[in-house]
Design a binder for this molecule. Structure first.
Ligand code: SAM
Ligand code: DTB
Ligand code: SF4
Length: 367
């Protein structure tokens, strides 16, 4: 049951969202238990591989070049430093790494070649590797997939109706198109939204309806609360109440029983009890580490303590029924085969050169 047929219209979803809070949480918790292990919460790490200087005008985003925020622009990180950060994240319990770039779209250049290497390297660490790089073509998606990309994050953010109030440099169709390209390449889709941008409750439902109308809704739906950043047009937005986050998580959980609902940006403004209700209502992932892409997030130790108090355990990679992407790449395999043949030739030549009766010493090997 990818979508819940009981709540497949605007009206039924809106009614669900507005249910008495504890009834809503109970219904969500019931569905959650049927499809997921309620004690498991995935720790996922975010890494901003290319920061700031973005040409887009997303009203919420501190990385847009046109707004004057404290974000310092950085060019693309090196492959080695990304892999070092990935190993750190894994050592701290993360089973997924999401690499974000402040790009409008992917371009076929040296930077993209390097991202391909990053994806290959992180996949080899047996982590779920996710990227969020802006718009991309089907061919670019295929290259990412071949390198071992597990998921692509591309948020619709809000309803189609409210979208133009938030962003003017691209439209909803562009977003849907990229999601389609990820799908065509066989990449798992991560797509969700932000609440607290001044939208109406109907826009939150409109966002969910966009996913409801997809042939294949996202496997992963991040729910963010706006992090209002000084210098952006949304700097003065009043923070949402955590009850709204709980309602949004619960409604998403009920509407998309099989998807992973991610309690994403905005946790620094929530207390332990609020987050606990989100987990109860079906959130089964958080971003771990003291930084999201550019804004603060709770410290590792704080989250470890929260897991201890609530009896949660970190979820392993690929626990949601998806298979890891094989590390075997046809090019690497061909190179290995060439090396093996050469080794054989050398060994044969050595044997020829050895005196009669020579017995090689036995060496134990581990495959
Ligand atoms: N440039 C790419 C893109 O827009 O798809 C990838 C990076 S972008 C920062 C990834 C997502 O972060 C956005 O789609 C948005 O949903 C979320 N985001 C950005 N700024 C945010 C903020 N201030 N509060 C909450 N979420 C935010
Ligand atoms: C998502 O939905 N939230 C994450 C991730 N996908 C890429 C990003 C949150 C960014 C919050 C603002 C910042 O730190 O710059
Ligand atoms: Fe650029 Fe992405 Fe930020 Fe929009 S959300 S300004 S595309 S980095």
């Amino acid at each position: 049951m990818k979508v819940n047929p009981q709540y497949s219209t605007k009206e039924t979803l809106l009614e669900l969202y507005n249910k008495p809070l504890l009834e809503l949480v109970f219904e969500a918790a019931t569905i959650h238990r049927q499809f997921h292990n309620p004690r498991e919460v995935q720790m996922s790490s975010l890494l901003s591989i290319k920061t700031g200087g973005c040409p887009e005008d997303c009203g919420y985003c501190p990385q847009a070049a046109r707004y004057h925020t404290d974000v310092e622009a950085h060019k693309l990180m090196t492959v080695d430093s990304v892999l070092e950060q990935a190993r750190n994240a894994k050592a701290n319990g993360s089973s997924r790494l999401c690499m974000g770039a402040a790009w409008r779209e992917v371009r076929d250049n040296k930077d993209f070649d390097n991202v391909i290497e990053m994806v290959r390297g992180v996949n080899e660490l047996d982590m779920e590797v996710c990227c969020t790089l802006g718009m991309m073509s089907e061919d670019q998606a295929k290259r990412l997939k071949n390198a071992g990309l597990f998921a692509y994050n591309h948020n619709l953010d809000t309803s189609a109706d409210y979208y133009d109030d938030v962003i003017s440099t691209r439209d909803y169709k562009d977003r849907l198109n990229t999601i389609d390209n990820a799908r065509k390449a066989g990449i798992s889709v991560c797509s969700g939204g932000i609440i607290g941008m001044g939208e109406a409750v109907e826009d939150r439902i409109g966002l969910l309806m966009s996913y409801m109308n997809m042939e294949n809704p996202p496997e992963s739906i991040p729910i963010n609360a706006l992090v209002a950043v000084e210098g952006t047009p949304m700097a003065d937005q009043k923070p949402i109440e955590q009850w709204e986050m709980i309602r949004m998580v619960a409604t998403t959980r009920i509407a998309f029983p099989e998807s992973v609902v991610r309690l994403s940006a905005g946790r620094t403004k929530m207390n332990l009890e609020g987050q606990a209700l989100c987990f109860m209502a079906g959130a089964s992932s958080i971003f771990a580490g003291d930084k999201l892409l550019t804004t603060p997030n709770p410290e590792y130790n704080e989250d470890k303590e929260m897991f201890r108090i609530l009896g949660l355990v970190p979820k392993e990679a690929f626990a949601d029924g998806e298979q890891p992407i094989s590390h075997t790449d046809p090019l690497i395999e061909a190179r290995k085969e060439k090396e093996r043949l050469r080794e054989e030739e050398l060994a044969a030549a050595r044997m020829k050169a050895k005196p009669e009766g020579f017995q090689p010493r036995k060496v134990s090997t581990v495959e």
